[in-house]
Design a protein. Structure first.
Ligand code: CAA
Length: 241
C-alpha cells in the first residue's frame, strides 16, 4: 500500500508543486484547499490528485477534513502544512482582522492539523511532518508583522514538536522558502519586488519545484535522522545561523 501524504493549500503555488512532487515520488496525495474551487477543480483535472476543501484555521473543520481524507485514502503518513496567506500592511495601518486572518491560517493551522494526525502517527511509530515557514519568519519583513510573527511561530512549534515525537519515529521539520515565483509573490507591488530581487545573491526568484524537492527529501526514509531542523531555501538572500 502506498503512503498517504496530505498537503494543505495543496492546489496552488508552492503547495501544488509539493503535491505533484509527492505524487511523482509514489505517494497517494490529498490536496487540501481553502476557497478557490475553480483552481482546485482544474488542479484535480490536470493532476488526478484528490482535493479536499476546509479552512485549516478552524479546528473542527480540520478534524472532519482529516477524517474524510483518511476514510477515502488511508492513514496520513506525511503531513505538509503549507497553507498560508498574506494580508500585508504597515502595523500603523493594520486592522485586527488582517492580524487575525493571517495568524489563523498560518499558525493556528499548525495546531489544528498536527493535533488531528499526531495520535495515529505515534501509534503507528512513523510519520513525517513538514511545515512551510518563510524567510520572513526568520528575518522579519516590513509590512508583515502578522505574517512574520506567524511564520516565526511555526519555527518554534516545529522545534518543540520534534522533541516530543523523536522517539516515536515521527520527524518534524520546517522549510523556510525565500521569494518563490508564485501568485503570492507576484502580488507584491512591482517596484518593491524589483528591489527584493536585487537583494537575492543568486539573482532570481526561487521556483516552487525547488521547495517541492526539499519536501520530498524530508518525507523520505533517507531523512530519518533529520528532525527539528530549519531548512533554508532562499538563494542566499538571508543566511540563517
Ligand atoms: N522591501 C523594501 N521596501 C519596501 C518593502 C519591501 N518589502 N515594502 C515596502 N517598502 C517601502 C516602499 O518602497 C515605500 O518606500 P518609499 O516611501 O521610499 O517609496 C515604503 O516602504 C512604503 O511603502 P508603500 O508606499 O507601498 O506603503 P503602503 O502603506 O501603501 O503599503 C505595504 C505598504 C503593504 C507593506 C506594501 O508596500 C507591500 O505590499 N510591500 C511588500 C511587502 C512584502 O515584501 N511582502 C512579501 C509578500 S510575499 C511573501 O510573503 C512570501 C514569502 O514568504 C517570502
Amino acid at each position: 500500500m502506498t503512503k498517504v501524504a496530505l498537503v494543505t493549500g495543496g492546489t496552488r503555488g508552492i503547495g501544488a508543486a509539493i503535491s505533484v512532487g509527492l505524487k511523482n515520488a509514489g505517494y497517494t496525495v490529498a490536496a487540501n484547499y481553502g476557497g478557490n474551487d475553480e483552481a482546485a477543480q482544474k488542479f484535480k483535472a490536470d493532476t488526478g490528485i484528490a482535493v479536499f476543501k476546509w479552512d485549516v484555521g478552524d479546528f473542527a473543520a480540520s478534524e472532519a477534513g482529516i477524517k474524510a481524507v483518511e476514510a477515502a485514502l488511508g492513514p496520513v503518513s506525511v503531513l505538509v502544512n503549507n497553507a498560508g496567506i498574506t494580508r500585508d500592511a504597515m502595523l500603523h495601518k493594520m486592522t485586527a482582522e488582517q492580524w487575525r486572518q493571517v495568524v489563523s491560517v498560518n499558525l493556528d493551522s499548525m495546531f489544528n492539523m498536527c493535533r488531528n494526525v499526531i495520535d495515529g502517527m505515534r501509534e503507528r511509530g512513523h510519520g513525517r511532518i513538514i511545515n512551510i515557514s518563510s524567510i520572513n519568519g526568520q528575518k522579519g519583513q516590513m509590512g508583515q508583522t502578522n505574517y512574520s510573527a506567524a511564520k516565526a511561530g511555526i519555527i518554534g512549534f516545529t522545534k518543540a514538536l520534534a522533541q516530543e515525537t523523536a522517539k516515536k519515529g515521527v520527524t518534524v521539520n520546517v522549510i523556510c522558502p525565500g521569494y518563490i515565483d508564485t501568485e503570492m509573490v507576484q502580488a507584491v507591488p512591482p517596484k518593491v519586488l524589483e528591489g527584493i530581487i536585487a537583494t537575492i545573491p543568486i539573482g532570481r526568484l526561487g521556483k516552487a519545484d525547488e521547495i517541492a524537492k526539499m519536501t520530498v527529501f524530508l518525507a523520505s526514509e533517507d531523512a530519518a535522522f533529520i528532525t527539528g531542523a530549519t531548512m533554508t531555501v532562499n538563494g542566499a538572500q538571508y543566511i540563517a545561523g
